[in-house]
Design a protein around this ligand. Sequence first.
Ligand code: NAP
Ligand code: MG
Length: 414
Amino acid sequence: MKIPVKNPIAELDGDEMTRVIWAFIKDKLILPHLDIELDYYDLGIKERDRTDDAVTVAAAKAIARVGVGVKCATITPDADRVGEYGLKKAWPSPNGTLRGILDGTVFRKPILVRNIKPAVRSWEKPIVIGRHAYGDLYKAVDFAVHGAGLAELVFTPAGTGSPTRLAIHEFSGPGVIMGMHNTDASILSFAKACFAYALSERIDIWFAAKDTISKTYHARFKDIFAAEAARREGALRAAGISYRYLLIDDAVAQVMKHPGGILWACTNYDGDVFSDMIASGFGSLGMMTSVLVSPDGAFEYEAAHGTVRRHYYEHLKGNPTSTNSVASIFAWSGAIRKRGELDATPEVVRFADELERAVIGIIEAGIVTKDLVALIEPRPSGYEDTELFIDKAAAELDRALARALERHPASSSL
Ligand code: NAP
Ligand code: MG
């Protein structure tokens, strides 16, 4: 008896090794148990090329329409890939296109198991990084000056009004200058997505910047976050979570002594740096999930890693692979849980919980893929190949669902 899922999930298929894994996950872990409508989009590189990337745009619209999407990793083509796959051109990053259309923010969350110890002793729960993905250093203009002279910032208003000028520095010799910007609209949608995520996960939210030094630029971020926190005060209280502003150096110091279980919202550059620090501190790329949250509350789940190209080439040669499918499985469980929450169907939410518990259960029993062998304590004696790991997770899930059925024999499913 399958569990009925009320509303569809948009499914975005992808490339290479993760596409191989994707089919296993669907066939062995999801479709045997859920009666679900999947609104399917093939974002594999050949289909993006065939449709002149229209399929990516259609997929983004589907996520906005149904509210929940799950995405397989995809190739962002460069010149080599254009040759390898005979593409019409180097199509833009699908994640960039999706983020642009959904106006979303990406949150990265590590998956914790008891037998992998984080590098930081105090970390017991995930530390989620939310990175503002617009502006600042990444849309800056800069240039070198070669001798003495005056550098100025000039703003010329559209329409009437005279320009504003501000001296940056009176150079007496060579040096460098940079101009960077952000917009209130982008900062506000970042703040909204952060509050939507923290409320959805029921975790405290930190935002950190350097407003003591950057009294206008960083202060604007701080003010916009504070206004959004005030606007969401009731919802935050109802969820039992709080908002905190910290100076960035204070946040860095405190996070090293913190038990975790927080969303750390970062400006673009800080997010770039600290997401890599947090990811490596928790262990492996194969254990990092990511979710794109739009300011209107659409959610798209995926693994944080790429298509694992090296493993795919081995797979094509017929060699065995041991690719970690955990982050991709958690992309599915994340989407399914969110679907259940939005539809108010607790049995669907429970299925997502059981799926995650089954995967964590086998890892904690020492059943792992090769990437985890060096991280697990005590060190396992061997490792599974890609498909066998998923088969073992499926067997564990079957047992867990059977136990749940014994506990709730009245309900048709869980
Ligand atoms: P990658 O897929 O992230 O893999 C890099 C290396 O990390 C792998 O070769 C492997 O190391 C290890 N690794 C990553 N995920 C793993 C997993 N699940 N299990 C075991 N090991 C894992 O990066 P890539 O191979 O350099 O990039 C391939 C393609 O992915 C590129 O075309 C890029 O555009 C795309 N990409 C897509 C996304 C996305 O869709 N979200 C994100 C990033 C990259 P070993 O080789 O040492 O085993
Ligand atoms: Mg980085």
